[in-house]
Every structure is written in C-alpha cells, then in structure tokens.
Design a protein around this ligand. Structure first.
Ligand code: SF4
Length: 222
C-alpha cells in the first residue's frame, strides 16, 4: 500500500479522538483545516448515505459541482452512477458514498499524496463507524491508495481483492470516465457493481482466491 497516502495511517491532526456518530464526523470534516485545500473549498464533502451500509463507494476528491453542493457525486457523473446502481439492483439508500479527500483541489486536479495522507483520518473514521463488507473504488488513483499498488484500471477493474478481514475491494472505472466516453468505462462500472451486489448476496466468492488468479495471470508483479 502506498503508505504516504494510506487510509490506514491517519494524520494525527485529523483523527484526534474516536468519532462515535456520523454527525460528529460531518462536523469534524466541515471544520477541518488540516491541509491547504480548505482554503479554496466552498463546502467540504463528508460523504453521503447510511453508516450501516454494507457497500461503500469511494471516489477521489470533490470536483466543482460536488464542492458547490457538498455531496460526493453530482452532475453527469451522478447520473451515470445512479443508473449503474439501478441496473445492478442496488438500493442507493443502502450505500455509503465517500472520497479519499474532502475538499476540492484547485482546477479539479488530482490530489497529491500529501493531501490524501492529511485527509486519511476522515476515511478511517468512516470505516470504523461502518464496518463495510464491500468497497468499490472508482478509478486507478483510489484503487492504488486502497490496495497499495499502482495498476492501470483497465487491468484491475472487476477483480475482487481482500484488503481487510471480511472486506472485499472491487476496483472499477470512475463514473466521470463514463461521462468522458472512456472505452469500457460504463460497461465495467455496471458489471462491477453487479459483482458487488453478488458478493453481498453471497452469490460470488471473494478475497484471496481471486488475488491468486490475478497474480497467476501476471496482471501485476508479485
Ligand atoms: S482536504 Fe481533508 S485534510 Fe484537507 S482541509 Fe479538507 S477535510 Fe481537512
């Protein structure tokens, strides 16, 4: 795992003491000044959806629309995501949607590893409150931070990877990729959300066996 940006090594300035309720998490994010990104934000994005969710969707950082509205996905990307959830027969009210970084980087650039590291305490707080069974990571960057290896999304999308005891990571394309017309993005997003639902329903196996397949296919170096 890319330790400098790891969500398991929170910045002590962010994770000062245990957070016991979603409202406290939201207040802490809204008030956070742990990195310079707070200076340019309109609204910090704490996440959306119930903390009891078994499925968590993880993006990278708010973009312009999300920053204005204070929600994790907005505009065309939200439409793509909502449609994909519907096609996978996943109840959107039972999903937690969040991101690695809570404040919009300038000009919608990708966050730096230092910014991800500074914000990681908020992500850890959410995980501690939720205990999800499946995490779907949107795009190569979010996948790298959560899985700890840099792998092109076209090579790792759809694999079911064990990242914590009882937690399956399924990387997929970012909804924004589908908006931009990236080949396979919309199809893979739908397919991988269907797989997430199947894992939750116990219809699809998960974890280490699939990682072995990944290595066997030499999609990544061992
Ligand atoms: S990006 Fe995260 S760490 Fe930085 S100010 Fe916003 S909430 Fe705090």
């Amino acid at each position: 795992m890319a330790r400098s940006a790891s969500p398991t090594t929170p910045d002590p300035a962010v994770k000062q003491r245990p957070v016991r309720h979603v409202r406290e998490h939201e207040r802490r994010v809204a008030a956070c000044t742990a990195c310079h990104l707070h200076q340019g934000r309109t609204k910090a994005v704490a996440g959306e959806g119930p903390m009891h969710a078994r499925l968590v969707l993880v993006g990278v950082a708010p973009r312009r629309q999300e920053d204005l509205r204070g929600v994790p996905f907005a505009g065309g990307a939200r439409n793509v995501l909502d449609n994909a959830l519907a096609e996978a027969e996943i109840d959107p009210d039972e999903v937690r949607i969040t991101s690695l970084v809570r404040c919009r980087p300038p000009n919608d650039r990708s966050p730096t590893r230092e910014e991800v590291g500074a914000c990681s305490g908020h992500f850890v707080t959410e995980l501690d409150l939720m205990a999800p069974e499946v995490i779907v990571s949107f795009g190569a960057f979010a996948t790298e931070v959560l899985y700890g290896r840099s792998i092109p999304i076209e090579r790792i999308a759809g694999f079911r990877l064990a990242i914590r005891q009882g937690v399956t990571l399924i990387p997929t394309y970012h909804p924004v990729d589908a908006v931009r017309g990236v080949p396979q993005a919309a199809t893979s997003l739908r397919r991988d959300l269907v797989a997430a639902k199947a894992v939750l329903d116990g219809r699809l196996r998960t974890g280490a066996q699939v990682l072995d397949e990944l290595r066997a296919e030499q999609a990544v170096g061992s």
